[in-house]
Design a protein around this ligand. Structure first.
Ligand code: ZN
Ligand code: MN
Length: 483
């Protein structure tokens, strides 16, 4: 059987989290009453004039730099002309031959191995309105989204020397996740795929291994989650290989992912490149950037997620899986970083945060910055465990209490009298009591039912309200049961 290799191109649109739209002062927000956040500019009424949102340009330039792009000294807005009911001006203000950023890359880990995915361009544009199709062949349009600042990020296939391209559904998903992380760290977008503030349209082609020519590609639309991106691309790769193996021909077309059926279905053929009659928007002047402005933005970039991931692994000795969990949100990463820098054992802190903290955050539906937990509280708790003041089980309860009340561990332990009992004599008397009260279990243990040990430990812990030193309890129980 011939061996095929897939090549995947990614076109990603990201809505920016600015306060106002790209070319007018209407508010940017998700949802809400339809057609309440629009004005003559974003409704495309005759005679209205666009004004460029400076903050949006700054956000996109930051993103372009974080994606390792070059920002040319000048960029130009073009009109991309086409008719569609969600586009009231009959053109979209976008960029054509002078985009904001060019020739960048995003590092991904493909099965743990680093790969630099080439980015051809990052350009600025505006979002369209939103169509709502209802039963009875009727459609409504909501222009609240019309004119929201939009950034388009396009990969480059084949990649230039030294860079890579996306070659599997896993890599496509990984690319998208890394992109999302970067934009989240920059604070330029909330990058929610489920709300459409991050949207991705991959194109997929397949060719015989070793061939340099690309196969015919199809584009996939309607992918609303990382999962559907993976499944849609994977399905499309397999569908195309099946066609080629039967000596068929892949048709160049746009296909829609049907999440319920788990298949892609044809939407429209794409035999001809649509003619958009691009021309520079006469209402907007070219944007010119000084070297100083670009360098200032570059110097203000935060440490990016991939750099943080590598540092957490090398400096704190974390496994990749744990480091990934910690860097996934910038708030959690910073929280961990502060803890790990001041506590002697960064791996133990990572453990507590990835298990207890995430469990409590999930259960309460809170974000980290909505709780009153501080890094100092976490370190204080671990130091109490190290000093033998409390045992691990008590520490879990104290952690939850800190999470809920914002009190320090020492304060909670003192107030609730949770100090661990390590005094052997005190524990021994409880052990004796438990053994005397349960002669049957003692007999069974001595007859070989050794798994009863943990039951005895449980009894002693209950008697001591969980405060007994577990190692001492185990030791004493064993001594007495086996004597
Ligand atoms: Zn407006
Ligand atoms: Mn676009």
């Amino acid at each position: 059987m011939a061996e095929y290799e897939p090549i995947i191109g990614m076109e990603v649109h990201v809505e920016l989290q600015t306060r106002s739209k790209m070319f007018c002062s209407c508010e940017v927000a998700f949802g809400g009453e339809p057609n309440t956040r629009c004005c003559p500019v974003c409704l495309g009424l005759p005679g209205s004039l666009p004004v460029i949102n400076e903050r949006a340009v700054e956000y996109m330039a930051r993103a372009a730099l974080a994606l390792n792009c070059t920002i040319p000294p000048q960029c130009i807005f073009h009109r991309k002309n086409y008719y569609y009911p969600d586009l009231p001006k009959n053109y979209q203000i976008s960029q054509y031959d002078f985009p904001l950023g060019v020739n960048g890359w995003v590092e991904i880990l493909a099965g743990g191995k680093p790969k630099r995915i080439a980015i051809r361009r990052v350009h600025m544009e505006e979002d369209t309105g939103k169509l709502l199709h209802v039963a009875g062949n009727r459609s409504y349009v909501d222009y609240n989204r019309s004119g929201v600042p939009l950034m388009e990020i396009v990969t480059q296939n084949p990649p230039p020397e030294g860079l890579d391209q996306i070659e599997s559904a896993e890599e496509a998903r990984e690319y998208l996740q890394r992109l999302r992380q970067i934009l989240l760290y920059l604070g330029v977008s909330d990058v929610k795929m489920e709300e459409g503030s991050m949207r991705c349209e991959p194109n997929v082609s397949v060719r015989l291994k070793g061939h340099s020519e690309f196969g015919v590609k199809t584009e996939i639309k309607n992918l609303n989650s990382f999962r559907s991106v993976y499944l849609g691309i994977d399905y499309e790769i397999k569908r195309q290989i099946r066609i080629l193996e039967q000596n068929g021909e892949v048709v160049q077309e746009t296909r829609r992912w049907d999440d319920e059926r788990g298949v892609t279905v044809p939407m429209r053929s794409k035999e001809f490149e649509q003619e958009y009659r691009y021309f520079p928007d006469p209402d907007l002047v070219p944007l010119k950037f000084t070297e100083e402005w670009i360098e200032k933005l570059r110097s203000e970039l935060p440490e990016l997620p991939m750099a943080k991931l590598k540092r957490f692994m090398s400096d704190y000795g974390l496994a990749q899986a744990d480091a990934e969990v910690l860097i996934d949100s910038p708030e959690l990463a910073e929280f961990y970083d502060t803890c790990a820098a001041s506590y002697k054992d960064p791996k133990t802190v990572a453990n507590w945060l990835t298990t207890e903290l995430l469990r409590l955050l999930n259960a309460s539906g809170k974000k980290l910055n909505e709780t009153r937990l501080t890094p100092a509280h976490v370190c204080g708790l671990l130091e109490l465990v190290d000093a033998g003041t409390i045992n691990r089980n008590t520490a879990k309860a104290v952690f939850e209490e800190m999470f809920n009340t914002g009190k320090s561990a020492a304060e909670i332990v003192r107030q609730k009298g949770l100090e661990q009992v390590s005094d052997e004599a005190a524990i021994e008397s409880v052990v004796n009591r438990v053994l005397e009260a349960n002669p049957n279990e003692v007999k069974r243990y001595r007859a070989g039912e050794v798994k009863l040990l943990s039951w005895f430990v449980g009894q002693v812990m209950r008697e001591t309200k969980g405060k007994a030193n577990p190692a001492t309890v185990n030791k004493l129980l064993r001594e007495k049961l086996e004597s």
